[in-house]
Design a protein around this ligand. Structure first.
Ligand SMILES: NC(=O)c1ccc[n+]([C@@H]2O[C@H](COP(=O)([O-])OP(=O)(O)OC[C@H]3O[C@@H](n4cnc5c(N)ncnc54)[C@H](OP(=O)(O)O)[C@@H]3O)[C@@H](O)[C@H]2O)c1
Ligand SMILES: [Zn+2]
Length: 431
């Protein structure tokens, strides 16, 4: 059996969430070139350097750029964070006059609008580059083909679609958010081999191993928001911070779904030890409670109740409008069931520990009534299985049943998952 102390360098191999995000950020400096043409080789390099900013660019995409002149790389750059120079500009600054007559490889169509920085198209045209190879079009309605058209009009040869699929995967959350108004949602469960997320008395620390928890913290460091249910706050009183992984100021935002505003002002996730913003999504209007929570730094977002609870889809849309493109739903079972029933989950990750908890009253990964028939069960695809210390990590994409029947089933699961729950247990001292 592997040691519990899986080194972080190994965890880096599957660093989480969208398929592309599982790749090693600090891979070899020279991509493998066997069997691929020159354009693909340089684009692979551009994709590789784009990944260095994993988890740091939202609401912008990750972008990498390589400038090649007479067979030599003369400049490279990537977009480091929102507000920082775009990848093309970084590469042009490095290449300077050596870009004249050269080729720019860029993982996303160059922008043609002024945002926080001036349009990259202007800089590219001024640099005298003669060829631009772009992996994919920018889905941002402000660009969406206009950048490429502008470059062509300026007499630059433009090629698109080189390693396009890899480019699309790289920015899955950005693309989903910008094209659908919904964030990329990953559900994460730490469970026993028999599918329990806590004992009947509510104890859940720790089911999964240290190696699993370290990886979970890496994932937290890469998403824009973490979402949990109020029962988990009352039962576990989690800090919801990133530990042992790079931190980004103000991220991840903590979101608590709490229909009746039961979040105690003493919750550890509201303390100064947990500095990222906290949003409490509720269905009640209570000015007194709102003010009390505001004094602890939490913001209360009100929603019209959907069967007595916070409507997760509406909440997601509102979060996207605040620049949240990726969410990690960390439970508990009620919230995970609703997230599936409302069809907001894109990927799912199980950390399965070799422990048996048992007990009818012990909560399982997904509450609700479940599928009445196997044909209506939610299928997982694109599944990977990994050993993580003593645990098994199973990651997959969620495929929802199609057609009216499947949608009715989803609604039924949602309804049942909102059946009255036993009275919440008293808050417990934090870890
Ligand atoms: N092993 C793990 O990975 C893990 C992770 C997290 C939690 N846990 C364990 O799970 C247990 C808590 O899980 P739980 O299932 O009882 O509760 P939960 O999912 O943490 O919270 C559920 C509560 O959230 C509120 N809520 C508001 N909007 C909702 C919506 N749309 N859908 C669902 N709930 C919504 C509801 O209370 P109101 O009606 O009052 O709003 C609901 O009862 C604890 O024992 C904890 O230790 C384990
Ligand atoms: Zn740009």
């Amino acid at each position: 059996m592997e040691s519990h102390r899986t080194p972080l360098s190994r965890l880096g191999r599957f660093t989480g969430l969208p398929v592309e995000w599982r790749r090693n950020v600090n891979g070899p400096t020279v991509p493998r070139t066997n069997g691929i043409n020159r354009d693909e080789r340089y684009m692979a390099r551009a994709l590789q350097i784009a990944r260095r900013a994993l988890g740091r660019t939202s609401p912008n995409p990750m972008v990498g750029a390589v400038i090649v002149n007479r067979g030599r790389v003369v400049g490279e750059g990537y977009h480091r964070s929102a507000g920082a120079p775009h990848a093309e500009v970084e590469a042009l600054r490095k290449a300077r006059e050596r870009s004249r007559g050269g080729t720019l490889y860029v993982t996303l169509e160059p922008c043609n609008h002024t945002g926080r920085t001036p349009p990259c198209c202007d800089a590219i045209i001024a640099s005298g580059l003669s060829r631009v190879v772009a992996a994919a079009k920018d889905p941002n309605p402000l660009t969406n083909g206009r950048g490429l058209a502008r470059l062509r009009q300026a007499g630059i040869e433009v090629i698109t679609g080189v390693l396009e699929r890899a480019s699309l995967r790289l920015n899955e959350p950005f693309r989903k958010a910008i094209t659908s108004g919904m964030p990329f949602v990953v559900a994460k469960v730490g469970q026993s081999l028999d599918g329990k997320i806590a004992t009947a008395s509510g104890q859940s620390r720790w089911i999964s191993s240290l190696a699993s928890r370290r990886l979970a913290h890496q994932w937290r460091s890469r998403v824009d928001a973490i979402l949990i249910g109020i029962n988990t706050v009352l039962q576990d009183d989690p800090l919801l911070t990133v530990r042992g992984a790079p931190r980004r100021s103000g991220r991840p935002i903590k979101v608590i779904v709490d229909s009746r505003l039961r979040t105690p002002t003493t919750a550890r996730c509201l303390s100064s030890r947990s500095p990222a913003p906290t949003l409490i999504a509720t269905t009640v209007r209570s000015e007194t409670k709102r003010r009390m929570l505001a004094r602890c730094g939490a913001e209360v977002l009100e929603f019209p109740a959907r069967q007595g609870r916070v409507p997760l889809r509406r909440l997601c849309r509102r979060l996207v409008r605040r620049g949240v493109q990726s969410i990690l739903v960390e439970g508990g079972g009620e919230v995970l069931a609703s997230a599936l029933a409302e069809r907001i989950v894109d990927r799912i990750a199980f950390f399965i520990a070799p422990i048996l908890i048992g007990g009818r009253a012990a909560p399982t990964s997904f509450s609700g009534s479940g599928a009445s028939h196997l044909s209506r069960a939610i299928r997982l695809t694109d599944v990977t299985y990994r050993r993580l210390g003593p645990d098994l990590c199973v990651e997959a994409r969620v495929v929802y049943p199609t057609g009216a029947r499947g949608r009715r089933q989803g609604a039924r699961v949602l309804q049942k998952s909102r059946a009255p729950r036993p009275a919440p247990r008293a808050p417990r001292a934090g870890r």
